[in-house]
Write a protein that binds this ligand. Sequence first.
Ligand SMILES: Nc1ncnc2c1ncn2[C@@H]1O[C@H](COP(=O)(O)OP(=O)(O)O)[C@@H](O)[C@H]1O
Ligand SMILES: [Mg+2]
Length: 276
Amino acid sequence: MTQANINQDARSMPDLLLVASKLSKRFGGLQALSDVSFSICKGDIYGLIGPNGAGKTTLFNVLTSLYVPESGTCNFMGHQLTRLKPHEIAIVGIARTFQNIRLFGSLSAIENVMIGRHIRTRAGVWGAITRNKSTRSEEAAVEQRAHELLEYVGIAHRANDVASSLPYGDQRRLEIARALATDPTLLALDEPAAGMNASETVVLRRLIEKIRNDGVTVLLIEHDMKLVMGLCNRVLVLEYGKVLAEGRPAEVQRNPKVIEAYLGAGSAEVAVGVSA
Ligand SMILES: Nc1ncnc2c1ncn2[C@@H]1O[C@H](COP(=O)(O)OP(=O)(O)O)[C@@H](O)[C@H]1O
Ligand SMILES: [Mg+2]
């Protein structure tokens, strides 16, 4: 049995949250994902890395039903994700943020979070708009929860600011608050540190740890290698849509194929620097 098998077995079967099997996605002549298989356990901070164009965002889009794969399956707590509609993804317990931030720019920060919350209310978004009598107390609870979430991600002082006026790092945290408003079991973050400076990245790292410690499993696409290797307990490396490596960060970092993909051929000796 290989070391990789042993580590896989150490993450016990009842804790499996998501099992992706042989997912493939093509765009015209481009094979963006080829037979990608991996599994995420409850409590993981699961890293997804790979050079630009490797297929990371495409994989997120397949997991969140924005794209239908040509083949493969993805089981999430008994749900077959590839058969769900995009709006059903949040209902089964997956929330995500986007590489290119997607907020309602002209709405306030708190309104953005409240919109995320409405999939968990009886009245839904329509009830919130029409604001009939029966929905008002529910609406107050939604606003209260949205405030708590803004506090949780550290931007409560921005509650009434228009989303597009927030600094970049705060917009990323607002997206996380909006995603958390759906009460996810799995939170998928697509390059949350992009555009953040070093001190903002440290705060983000603490936030991701806090989210996991509070019981939400995290799937993280990130370019910042130091962040990934320090934060994730498991890492999947994609290259040209294929799985290049999977395992614990220390193993993945030592993998010559990974070193070559990141630093170019013949760079294995200098790769220790990647770990920082
Ligand atoms: N909607 C799309 N239509 C056509 N090609 C796409 C589409 N989305 C992604 N691609 C292509 O698929 C490949 C993987 O892209 P992506 O998943 O965004 O990579 P990553 O997130 O790892 O940088 C790239 O070559 C990209 O140009
Ligand atoms: Mg991407």
